[in-house]
Design a protein around this ligand. Structure first.
Ligand code: 8Y4
Length: 283
């Protein structure tokens, strides 16, 4: 199975699980202690993630945490563009750069600076023009499920049938992407862990993760440090590494092709073990 991201392509037929490292460029990360973002610190972190085994670095300037306020486009561009330009210069050949945005203009400028993947948590619902940008450039496109919007999604998540509702949404957004000109080979799908889901919804999606393969595209999953782990372990966000690694192992063993994580070095070790066991079990 191939994933086409402009000039970059991923071949998942070797069964290895790829790592997408998270690079948050928001004022609560990589600031000088004040309000100013330090692009150098963010780029250094991207380099460290690449050296630890990340094949994708996902750069985001708008917090997608539940209840988070929207960030104006100009501010989002001020945050991500210096980091993307420098990452492209220093890392461009070694990793695929991904832009985590729901805004068409941010995606356009990011791709112009060297990004090859658009990770839009709204799946093109917030700004349909973003789909045309991905189509025109041939960028990889992550199609993720979210019920509602980041501001409202955790109010009272409800499903008739979680697996059925999430896959129906993904099929619907995939048709919208295709209609805008995005080729199927550009698409990966993502159940959107934590985006408008209760603990039980998240557990059900992960327990049945292998069923997403039936959609016929590579599967990306983001569980890293998320609140379902906090709920299970009664641990705050800075103390969820063991729970995160357990979920990474589970996802890799049950069909994920890409995991989106903060802790790249630790996840890479888990994946080396799991991928080797899977290879042994399936040959
Ligand atoms: C602590 C740290 C607690 C982070 C919560 C969080 C996904 C994603 C996010 C995902 C894809 C997050 C941008 C939420 N999650 N993109 N983005 N899939 N494709 N929360 O699961 O990390 S941000």
């Amino acid at each position: 199975m191939l994933w086409q991201c402009r000039h970059h392509s991923f071949d998942f037929s070797d069964g290895r699980t790829r790592i997408m490292g998270v690079l948050n460029v928001t004022p609560d990360s990589f600031s000088d202690g004040g309000r100013f973002l330090e692009p150098r610190a963010a780029v250094d972190h991207a380099i460290a993630m690449a050296e630890a085994g990340a094949e994708i670095v996902d750069v985001g300037g708008e917090s997608s945490r539940p209840g988070a306020a929207a960030v104006p486009q100009e501010e989002e561009l001020r945050r991500v563009m210096p980091v993307l330009r420098e990452c492209a210069r220093e890392l461009g050949a070694r990793v695929a750069l991904s832009i985590d945005t729901t805004k068409a203009e941010v995606a356009r400028q990011a791709l112009d600076a060297g990004a090859v993947i658009v990770n839009d948590i709204s799946a093109g619902r917030f700004e349909p023009a973003l789909l045309s940008v991905a189509a025109r450039t041939g960028a990889g496109f992550v199609l993720m499920h979210m019920q509602g919007t980041p501001r409202t999604m955790q109010a009272s998540p409800r499903y008739a049938d979680v697996l059925g509702d999430v896959t129906a949404f993904l099929r619907e957004r995939w048709v919208a992407a295709r209609t805008a000109g995005i080729a199927d080979e550009q698409v990966v799908i993502d159940p959107g862990i934590g985006f408008g889901k209760t603990l039980e919804h998240n557990l059900e999606l992960l327990a049945r993760l292998d069923e997403f393969a039936a959609l016929g595209r590579p599967v990306l999953v983001g569980t890293s440090r998320k609140s379902f782990i906090g709920q299970l372990l009664d641990r705050d966000v800075d103390h969820r590494l063991a729970g995160t690694l357990a979920s990474v192992a589970w996802c890799a063993a049950h069909g994920a092709n890409i995991v989106r994580v903060h802790d790249v070095q630790e996840s890479a070790q888990v994946l080396r073990v799991i991928d080797e066991l899977r290879r042994k079990a399936t040959t």
